[in-house]
Design a protein around this ligand. Sequence first.
Ligand SMILES: [Zn+2]
Length: 423
Amino acid sequence: MQLRYSFRLYPNTGQRTALARAFGCARVVYNDALRARETARGEGMPFPKTGDLSKQLITEAKNTPERAWLGEVSAVILQQSLRDLDAAYKNFFDGLKGKRPRMGAPRYKSRNDTRQAVRFTANARWSITPGGKLRLPKIGDLRVKWSRTLPSTPSTVTVVKDSAGRYFASFVVETDACEVLPQTTPEVGIDLGLGHFAVLSDGRKIDSPRFLRRAEKRLKKAQRDLSRKEKGSSNRNKARVKVARAHARVSDARREFHHQLSTRIIRENQAVAVEDLAVKGLARTRLAKSVHDTGWSAFVSMLEYKAARYGRTFVKIGRFEPTSQVCSACGVKDGPKPLHVRVWTCSACGTVLDRDANAAVNVARAAGLAVTACGAQVRRAPVPAQRGEAGTHPKPSPVRWEQAGIPGLQAREDVKRWSSPVS
Ligand SMILES: [Zn+2]
């Protein structure tokens, strides 16, 4: 399995200039290629091939006075930039064909984009020096904060500058799935709660932690301050940097929360089921805000790769399962309920059901997991036939996942950015 490891970089002034040049050249090649393809499309010509574009827009362009400066950076990052464009087109076309959620057409990159990145493959002959610096062709030896050890030698490094002006080296590393955890019995369904971040079929409701809420509060304040500053003033610029920093802190905190929660759920359960919300489709509806804010899809992909890595079962069920319409106790479908209905009584069996927990149990059921329904029920209505089942399910003992000793999975400050799945 491939994992991504990120480390903070501290380039000096000269290296920052060289990186800015690299970002700029990669962007120009990307935009040139996009323009060539859009022009061909407009004229009804065939889709220009990547190999032809590489020859024309990199190799030949370097010999022209307008693009001579492309020779000042590693050719590999320019070729990788063309690959990124290919990937953007592929996603776009796959979306049109219905193979994945629809995406917009590739867009031109701007120097004002919040995230700048260049990628060096093995061909670029980048290396890690004996002194632990990151040696990049035509940029130099950059200082790295190695917050974690890499499990194997990476072949590719992406250098990223984020909206807060911080630099990161992001490595793709191949890990073997030999870290299988000892078997356990609980199996769990997870539903994206409306009032909570997630609701588990064992009845637990999970909210975002205080450190994330605090970071979000600070971001809101920074945004308010920015909106009050006069346009074009130097104070406004300072306020903008503050907003970007607060943004970065929120996304770090959110990623940290997703890592903690996904690790805990994978540790505690042998099988995990979630509903495939096809977030892009949902984003157009009233749920848009809560879905985007909580980063549900990022969380789900963490569950997915951690399940693969630690030998757990991960199931995604179709998004048309009516999880909120079916009673998790007797299986009777008694129709949709308005969003404000949080608790209802099943008309068939009389069980009083909590909307979110009931949905989580149904997610687990739809995935074929052996779940107990006890979490979904707020209280048992007096229906004798069902009584025998009530209260017979032992609560799973709380696992101290923090102490389980999986390296790098602890919620430590310095491993905040340790990994995210590679698509
Ligand atoms: Zn029922």
